[in-house]
Design a protein around this ligand. Structure first.
Ligand code: BGC
Length: 445
């Protein structure tokens, strides 16, 4: 049975969340609409038509929620700043009520002995900027830098731990290539400029934080998944390589000064030529103090000639009769270990934090209790794999569970529950699940 103390006295334990998923008060107190407010208002985009107007109402309940973070024993709370709450139109006038709100959240963390880890961009672009092309437009970089500078100047005295972007591959692929997330754009003609401007924003944001905040600890996060070829055939091996370029290497390599991973996939080679990205290699580079790894599942990949561009397809966990969560995501802690090792092999990654990891299950509230045994088992397996990676000498300094409470799970709406705390979306009542109590006990030892 592993214990939190096995990870050492300085290891940081936290929970993570994001503005759009929990705050609510979507168009109140001076906040402008974000792409997620717009997207969720369209028919058929979000399961059961759920909206994020209220979500968990963290905006009004942050004191109660930060008390929960403390009660469960976590010392780190990761949350994001809603760009449109600070700059309702993306640029231009600052909303002082928004500025004040995050001061309150930060102060509440600090007075409870909890370190805030602040994410600057967790997918909720101001709609006003999307109207100008969003991440596909080169004007986005100036706007993002302006926003970062405001946050750094405003909160930099109190907050030392910063995360520039949350999962750049997540929002550029789902939002600008597949169209299943906001803003719902599709195709390579949107994806390519979006990934270029995102890679620039990642490094620019880091540089601005460095110049504005003394002693800042600056990171950025990546979604990552071990990519397992379905067979050892050349076709499957090459298909797995292409997916690895996209899912794991696309943003970490430009930050490392390596440029985009063009060598293993000719489509990225064409992108590099068309957009002249090699000229921007220096600008895309930034020496992050830590890298936030976010892992939920591995992917088993098979060649498929009928899939345009990527010619690869996932063989789902269910098809392979592997254990999986309510999202259909394979539970495989060895793959967690393997992907940490893959990232740790980059020579310039000095410090890895796991900034998200967790699982959705079909929780049922019975007599005010949720006995979410599967989630507890999931954490046990994944933490054991993490400890194994740490024992191999990888500099892993923290772990943040996703997520404090059930929240607005993007296109899944309120229908996928990842929380350690159950949220009743009608009454907004919070109920700690057995997994929450499990964490409390784990962190106490
Ligand atoms: C995102 C979270 C999301 C979680 C579970 C990550 O991709 O950063 O916002 O809720 O995964 O899907």
């Amino acid at each position: 049975m592993i214990k939190a103390s096995d990870f050492g006295p300085d290891f940081l334990w936290g929970v993570a969340g994001a503005a759009a998923q929990v705050e609510g008060a979507a168009l109140e107190y001076g906040k402008g609409p974000s792409i997620w407010d717009t997207f969720s208002a369209k028919n058929g985009k979000i399961k059961k038509g759920n909206k994020l107007a209220i979500a968990c109402d963290f905006y009004h309940k942050y004191v109660e929620d930060i008390a929960l973070v403390k009660f469960l024993g976590f010392k780190v709370f990761r949350f994001s700043i809603a760009w449109a709450r600070i700059l309702p139109f993306g640029n231009g006038g600052i909303n002082q009520e928004g500025i004040r709100f995050y001061h309150n959240v930060i102060d509440e963390c600090l007075s409870n002995g909890i370190s805030p880890y602040v994410t600057l961009y967790h997918w909720d672009l101001p709609q006003a900027l999307e109207n100008e092309g969003g991440w596909t437009s080169f004007t986005i970089n100036e706007a993002f830098n302006h926003f970062v500078r405001i946050c750094a100047k405003e909160y930099g005295d109190k907050v030392k731990n910063w995360i520039v972007l949350n999962e750049p591959f997540g929002y550029t692929s789902l939002g600008y290539m597949l169209g299943v997330h906001a803003p719902g754009k599709t195709g390579l003609s949107n994806f390519f400029p979006a990934i270029l401007h995102t890679a620039l924003a990642q490094a620019d944001g880091g540089k601005i934080l460095r110049s504005e905040i003394s002693n800042a600890n600056i990171g950025t996060t990546y979604s990552c998944s071990e990519i397992i070829p379905n067979t050892q055939s050349d076709n499957d091996l090459l298909a797995a390589k292409r997916i690895d370029c996209l899912m794991n290497r696309l943003f970490v390599e430009p930050a490392q000064g390596l440029g985009f991973p063009t060598g293993d996939w000719d489509v990225l080679e064409k992108f590099q030529i068309e957009y002249g990205t090699w000229r921007l290699k220096e600008r895309m580079k930034f020496d992050f103090d830590f890298i936030g790894l976010q892992n939920y599942f591995p992917l088993t990949i098979k060649y498929n000639a009928f899939i345009p561009v990527i010619q690869a397809w996932e063989v789902k966990a269910k098809t392979r009769k592997k254990p999986h969560t309510a999202m259909g995501w394979e539970v495989n802690a060895d793959s967690f270990f393997n992907i940490i090792k893959q990232f740790a092999a980059y020579p310039n990654i000095k410090n890895i934090m796991i900034t998200e990891n967790g699982a959705a299950y079909h929780d049922k509230l019975v007599n005010d209790s949720i006995v979410d045994v599967e989630r507890i088992e999931y954490f046990k397996l994944y933490l054991a794999a993490l400890l194994r990676a740490k024992h191999e000498g990888i500099n892993i300094t923290g772990y943040m569970a996703w997520t404090l409470m059930d929240n607005f799970e993007w296109a899944e709406g309120f229908n996928a529950r990842f929380g350690l705390v159950h949220t009743d979306f009608k009454t907004l009542k919070r109920t700690i699940k057995y997994s929450g109590y499990w964490w409390q006990e784990f962190l106490d030892n």
